[in-house]
Design a protein around this ligand. Structure first.
Ligand code: UT7
Length: 313
């Protein structure tokens, strides 16, 4: 696939570690030391609004006629509604009348899963696709739980792609309802008139930490193998922005210089499916990655899910 344009949208409201230490027993020092995160953004608009803003920026950056977009996929676990999808709401907002639109829920790996689906659909009959990662994680975060509320933030990233050089993929899932989950609405067998409510995100941080390191290492190695390349052929790795210590561990275990990993979690925290999309956009706009560079995008998340793609910019 070939990326034609990049976009992102981040809410204006910045919540610092000090702000969170007024809500839960924590400190700026603890959060920075254990995660590398200083700030995160909190949204006062829903997921589809951030998605539309990022998408519009990507379309303008691509300098294409919006009517040429025939596919919209949004990766998200915090959709505005059960239906219509965020992708359909973006389609309505931006008037993308010629597209097929749907969402993918792969949690924090969602953007990589979406790219894999897009790569396949471009080989069928689709020509230009809008691929978005958008989340308002603050909707599912319990701000009395210091284990999770310090980690997550809101935002969206988007790219426009068309058929190009082959992209390589490794993706995997392992069904698990123990270490990372957010419950949906409950059953209603008694046909009660009830208020529908969703569940907060629950996480066993230590277990997810261990899983993340193994998953990232496997995903990087497998995609290199798939492409028949070595790490020295790779210009930059853009990982899911969950925790600086996870990246440091992966870098150390794999003997990769940590500077090869593009990081921006200090300012945004973990934005789930948006994190790789935002980081990819920032890496391109800051000229950290350039045309023809070989880049690995790699992520892991609830599901459990994990995966990577190796693309040429
Ligand atoms: O997209 C995927 C999403 N999830 C992740 O990537 C999360 C992966 N896990 C992590 O990033 C880390 O496990 C955390 C940042 C969540 C926690 O860091 P940790 O170094 O694994 O800490 P811990 O859970 O082992 O806890 C160490 C201590 C505990 O106190 P005791 O039992 O040693 O007295 C915790 O109660 O730190 C305490 N603690 C905190 N202290 C201050 C836990 N959270 C906090 C906090 N502030 N926010």
């Amino acid at each position: 696939m070939k990326i034609l344009g990049y976009g992102k949208s981040l809410p204006n409201k910045i919540v610092s570690n000090d702000d969170l230490s007024k809500l839960v027993e924590t400190s700026d020092e603890w959060i920075i030391q254990r995660t590398g995160i200083r700030n995160r953004r909190i949204s006062d608009v829903n997921t589809s609004v951030l998605a539309s803003q990022a998408a519009l920026e990507a379309i303008n950056d691509a300098q294409i006629d919006k009517d040429d977009i025939d596919l919209i996929i949004c990766a998200t676990m915090t959709a505005d509604n059960a239906t219509p999808s965020v992708a359909c709401l973006v389609q309505k907002e931006l008037g993308l009348e010629n597209a097929t639109a749907f969402d993918i829920n792969g949690a924090c790996t969602g953007f990589i899963y979406a790219l894999k689906v897009v790569e396949g659909l471009l080989k069928l009959n689709h020509k230009k696709a809008l691929v978005i990662g958008s989340e308002v994680m603050s909707k599912v975060i319990d701000f009395t739980d210091r284990n999770t509320c310090i980690l997550f933030g809101d935002g969206a990233g988007a790219i426009v792609v068309e058929k190009g050089e082959d992209a390589y993929f490794f993706t995997k899932s392992k069904g698990n309802f123990d270490v990372l989950y957010a419950e949906g609405t409950s059953l209603n067998t008694d046909l009660d008139v009830k208020e529908i409510t969703g569940g907060f995100l629950y996480m066993d941080g230590r277990e997810v930490f261990k899983f993340a390191i193994r998953a990232m290492e496997e995903a990087i190695l497998k995609v290199l193998e798939e492409a028949n390349l070595t790490i020295d052929d790779i210009d930059m790795i853009i990982p899911h922005q969950a925790n600086q210590r996870i990246i440091s561990n992966v870098a150390k275990r794999m003997k990769i210089d940590e500077s090869k990993f593009f990081m921006n979690l200090e300012e945004y925290g973990n934005t789930s499916a948006a994190s790789v999309a935002i980081a990819l956009t920032e890496a391109k706009k800051q000229n950290v990655i350039k045309e023809k560079d070989k880049v690995i995008l790699v992520g892991f998340g609830a599901g459990l899910t994990w995966g990577s793609t190796l693309i040429e910019i």
